[in-house]
Structure formats: structure tokens, C-alpha cells
Design a protein around this ligand. Sequence first.
Ligand code: SAH
Length: 311
Amino acid sequence: MDDLQQLVQKLQNTRHLEKEEWAALIRGRTDILAEYVFSLTRKERHQYYGHDVYIRGLIEFTNYCKNDCYYCGIRKSNAGVMRYRLDEEQILSCCSAGYALGFRTFVLQGGEDGWFTDERMVRIVGAIKSRFPDCAVTLSIGERSKESYQALFQAGADRYLLRHETFSAAHYSLLHPSSLTAASRQKCLWTLKDIGYQVGAGFMVGAPGQTPEYLAEDLLFLEKLKPHMVGIGPFIPHHATPFAGEPAGTLEETLFLLGLIRLLLPKVLLPATTALGTIAPNGRELGILSGANVIMPNLSPANVRENYTLY
Ligand code: SAH
């Protein structure tokens, strides 16, 4: 057994690694090491979750966004996007379609769209919860005030997905305009947790400027935050963003990180994301085999999907 395999064992036994150890593992990834990790993660997942894979229906209800994240295709400055919003009836009909398919969690995701005030969101969440009382509602609508998060929780929202994107303030400022900060993003996550949401954090793999050290900091942050869910997927360059010419994250590194996260947080809900399925035809299946246990099929109306192009 080599040094890196020993580090993997240490991770499994103690659920902790030092920053340098994480960076060494990430830098030292080989196919053999990855297979070793996956042999452990499959057992871990099976121990807590059996063979279950959890299904969450994704509803992309608005592609309006006031932000200008350098990586994201629906950023404010991209004038080439046909903007749309779904109304309450359209959202409820997505839920009905999902319900008929057996889905019991609906994820409402969108850009940071000022049209969806607290009042409007509270109404929508309330309507979903009263029409589908046995379903969970997850929100993924970015940074809002504590009062807003509180109101949405009171209206019945159960979970909130807000990827921290990258822990490092320096790296965060390379990916976002200066109006957005790592500190404010992270504060939102702690607030959401405080209020009682099940929270999801996460990051892109292979984002421009990412280093093994930055990834190590992401993993240390996950250890501290202890989120219920972790969403990671490869960065994929979008042609109409400042990162159009940057290389995409790789399948191999994403799968490896899914495995490491499963060992760090053995009970975490870990989606095999759409982005993973985009860079490889069997990406999501490989994600499950690496340690993921959630799939989020798209419930958005077919005619708006082409406009919700993050990458
Ligand atoms: N506006 C919401 C939802 C963002 S979209 C929010 O602020 O949380 C969900 C996730 O897609 C983002 O958190 C980001 O990590 C990911 N994403 C955006 N652009 C991407 C790209 N070009 N490649 C891969 N993932 C991307």
C-alpha cells in the first residue's frame, strides 16, 4: 500500500485530512488510486443507503439574473439569452408531471431574479406545499436576506442549495465581479443552516484558476459546514462568457472528488449532476458508481430548456 492509499484510509477512518494531505491526494490522483477510492465509497454508500438512488425534480423557473458570474451562461451581460419566467400555474404543472412520475422533491432553481420577491416566492412555495403535502421543496435561488430565507422556510421550503463555489476569497474574486464575495456566500449558508433548512453547498471542478490547494480548502469548509447535500460538477465553458476559451473540468477529477466527499461525509446526499452527464454520455452512471446517490432529472417545460444554458 502506498502513501496516497494510506491517506485515503486515514480519511475513511478519521473523516479528516489536513490541507496538505488533501492537496497531495488531489495532485496524486491516478486511475489505480481512484479505483481504490471507489471500492471504498461503494461500500460506504451501501452501508447508509443500500442501493437507493434519490430522485429530485429540477424546475428551472427563471433565467433572469442580476449577477454577472464570469462562468455562467445566464449572467446579466449575456444579451444573447431569451429570458423567461414560469408563472405559478406553469410551476405547479411541472410538479404535477413530476408527481405522476413518482418524484417527491421539487427543486426550484433560477437566476437571482428580482421579480420573484419574497411575497411571490412565499405564495409559490405555499401553493406547492398545499397541493403536494407529501413533497419536499428545495430552493436554489441564490443569495437573499436572512428575513427572506426565514419567510420562505415558514412558507414550507425544506431545503436550500447554494454552492459556495470556492472557499478561497482570492479564487472567488477570480470567478465573480467584486459585488459578490466568498464571505457573503458563506454567511448565507450558515444562516440557512441556522434557520433549519437542510442545506447543500458545493463547487465546480476544474473552474479557471482552481488549484489542489483551493480544492483542499473547499473540502475543509465542507467538513466544517457539514451540509446535508453537496453539489459538484465539472466546469464547462459557455461560449458567451469571459471564460469561453477556458478548458472544461474533467470527468476523472470530478469522479475522484465525488469519491473523496463520500469518504469525508459518508451520509451526505451527493448528486451525479447534469454537468457530469454533459461532459460524458455515461457521466451520471459513473458518478453513482463513484459515490453519488442523487439524480436530478429536469422537469422544466421543454420549450424553455434551451434558454436555461448555464454552460
Ligand atoms: N442562481 C443560483 C443558482 C445557480 S445555477 C445560485 O446563485 O445559487 C447552479 C450552479 O450551476 C452554480 O452554483 C454553479 O456552480 C453551476 N454553474 C454555473 N455555470 C456553470 C458552468 N459554466 N459550468 C458548470 N457549472 C456551472
